[in-house]
Design a protein around this ligand. Structure first.
Ligand code: PMV
Length: 376
């Protein structure tokens, strides 16, 4: 049997980092996906005692005998908790880390280890110690602020949950999950994100699971309906960074300057709420006027992200280049490099600015904003 799932990446339009501290954020899915294929061997097949993970984009393969996994992981299939998502305990995580270490990851690929741990946790907790080959490939650049880790957690969980959904329910082509499975999927994916990021807000996995555009605050999800065209240029600075370290840096700053940072987070909260209201408003305000207001909100949000300490010289370079073309930009995701969003008001011709950004070594692309969520 073969099961396929896909989940999109995302952009955060407003509110990253502050969302970890209880502020509102607004995020949208983009049409770049991570794909997960589960292949279950026939009982008679040679590989029916192994779990194999293939990362197609980086041509890496990891494989464990099921006997070794059972020996290392301190739970058995009878304690499966498919319908009650649970956190991975410190003890279990340590045992899983040993299984990952045994795979001798190349030094320059050590950053993959938390993702592989997440894979082993989600796989064994949702479908137990069953043999399979799991193939992952992604259109998302890794670690660039477009939610690649969340898309991986969501697509993997969707495939695992779908393996127990009958073919009839799945139908032909890509189909979305029903509300109950979506909620379950999102909760599991959040547990996976915790292994990768430590203290995620949950916005990345939520927008990847549900798709479209969402307003998110302390786990409360509001699905947004946009009543205006929203075009963004996405520029990848190609500067790698670590979300966990950046999130922790902001938290440490909040401990050192609680009052000042509280004001910063409150200001971000207001920006996100106003942005959501503009996007959703059906009133008479012209699109141009709405775009002007969004521009100012993005500019203010970027200023506040700078004050949280998560901007970067590469991000500032992109901002300065786009300002020359009278365009406004802000970082998206964790910052410290990664991707930058530039609002493209109606009628904007991007050729010149893209040419200038790309000649500085950045990578530009436009993506469809607010598309599908997880599908099987
Ligand atoms: O996944 P990234 O790197 O795009 O950033 C996640 C967004 C943060 O707000 C920085 C963290 C979070 O968990 O919300």
């Amino acid at each position: 049997m073969e099961v396929k799932a896909r989940a999109p990446g995302k952009i955060i339009l407003a509110g990253e980092h502050a969302v970890v501290h209880g502020s509102t954020a607004v995020a949208a899915a983009i049409d770049l996906y991570t794909y997960v294929t589960l292949r279950f061997p026939l009982p008679s097949a040679e590989s029916n005692d192994r779990l194999t993970l293939q990362l197609k984009d980086i041509s890496l393969e990891f494989s464990w005998s099921l006997a070794r996994i059972k020996e290392a992981i301190p739970y058995d299939s009878s304690t499966l908790c498919r319908s009650t998502p649970a956190s991975c305990s410190e003890e279990t995580l340590k045992s899983i880390a040993v299984l990952v270490e045994e795979q001798s990851l190349p030094k320059e690929k050590m950053w993959l280890s938390s993702g592989i741990s997440t894979f082993l946790w989600l796989y064994t907790r949702i479908i137990g110690f069953n043999p399979a080959t799991v193939v992952i490939n992604s259109e998302l650049p890794y670690g660039s602020g477009l939610g690649s880790s969340a898309a991986l957690c969501v697509a993997l969980t969707a495939a695992l949950l779908a393996s127990s959904i009958s073919d009839k329910t799945r139908g032909n082509g890509w189909s979305s999950l029903d509300e109950t499975n979506l909620e379950l999927l999102n909760k599991w994916a959040f547990e996976g994100e915790k292994i990768i990021h430590g203290k995620p807000s949950g916005i990345d996995n939520t927008v990847s699971a549900y798709g479209n555009m969402i307003k998110f605050c302390s786990g409360e999800i509001t699905r947004l309906q946009s009543y205006m065209p929203l075009r963004m240029l996405i520029t990848n600075t190609r500067v790698g960074r670590n979300t966990k370290a950046l999130v922790s840096g902001v938290s440490q700053r909040a401990v050192r300057h609680p009052d000042a940072m509280k004001s910063v987070f409150n200001a971000v909260d207001s920006i996100s709420k106003e942005l959501a209201a503009i996007i959703q408003s059906k009133d008479e305000t012209s699109v141009t006027e709405k775009e002007e207001r969004i521009k100012e909100l993005m500019e203010m949000n970027q200023g506040l992200l700078l004050s949280m300490g998560v901007s970067h010289s590469s991000i500032e370079a992109v901002i300065l280049t786009t300002v020359k073309h009278k365009l406004v930009s802000k970082l998206t995701g964790a910052g410290g490099g990664g991707c930058v969003l530039t609002l493209l008001p109606t009628g904007t011709v991007v050729d010149k600015v893209v040419e200038e950004l790309e000649s500085s070594g950045f990578q530009c692309f436009t993506a469809l904003i607010g598309g599908n969520g997880a599908q099987i």
